[in-house]
Design a binder for this molecule. Sequence first.
Ligand SMILES: C[S@@+](CC[C@H](N)C(=O)[O-])C[C@H]1O[C@@H](n2cnc3c(N)ncnc32)[C@H](O)[C@@H]1O
Length: 291
Amino acid sequence: MKQPISGDTGNFDKSWRTRKETLYNHWTAGQPANQIQLAFRSHWEVFQDLMGPLATTKGCVLEVGCGRGSLSSYFAHNGWDCTLLDFSPSVLDTAKAVFKRNGHSASFVPGDANRLPFPDSSFDVTCSIGLLEHFEDVRKVMSEQLRVLKPGGWFLGYVVPERPDNVQRYFRWVNAILKLVAKLGGNGGKAVVAKPDIYRSDFDSTHYANELKGLPFDNLTVFGMYPMPMISHSPEFPFSLLPAPVEWVLTRIFEGALAVRRLVTGRHGWICSEQMGQAFLVAFQKAPVAP
Ligand SMILES: C[S@@+](CC[C@H](N)C(=O)[O-])C[C@H]1O[C@@H](n2cnc3c(N)ncnc32)[C@H](O)[C@@H]1O
């Protein structure tokens, strides 16, 4: 079988063009209705805490590899000036439609994460959800975002590594049963359609920290995120949802678990050890310019 290639965007484009998951809306102003809405709501809450005063002063944010722009929807809804960049033309059309539907405004820019089409020091925040793990050379992608950040601006990189040993390992049997049920006709009688293979690294946060050496950054912050399983007959990107009532119940259960985690750990329940999380965060600020 042909191995997926680092930085290859063709299969992303194919997924966005052909899969019904493209139409999901991961942003909601109300109560999250499913696992992915809860995930993006939780990402947003954690990022706000991390950005500190900047979360209230607001500013310009760039989402790189925006997909539907689910995280940007949170920024836009909270008054930030948003720019969304992606290599895939289909995805930018999708993101535009999502923003229009939700009454949000933003700029949509086609481009490559390796060569951002913006001048130096343009943004207060750069962010990405599920982008960095698709590159072998992460230094290039991180240094481009540092270049376009203003001094003191935040880089927020949410990484979903290829790693079978996180919290998901305790729930593999649940997903195996769901997959079987979907195959046997529970999925509206349709077979589960195979997803195109996309390159994903298994680098942990130490790799990202090492790749940052010599770059102008401060306050490197790393922690695991998403300590809940993804319960689905098709948990691979792009994640497929279960029937709405099942999603609603699961989401309430996860919210309860997160509240208990917060009580026990004293921090947001979405934060966890890197080993346990479905993902981890690599965040830092651009160092101030020397006088
Ligand atoms: C896992 S998806 C991100 C999904 C997104 N966070 C969301 O909320 O829907 C990764 C995205 O990165 C984009 N991408 C991959 N390589 C890229 C590159 N070199 N430059 C810009 N975007 C890229 C893909 O087209 C895809 O939309």
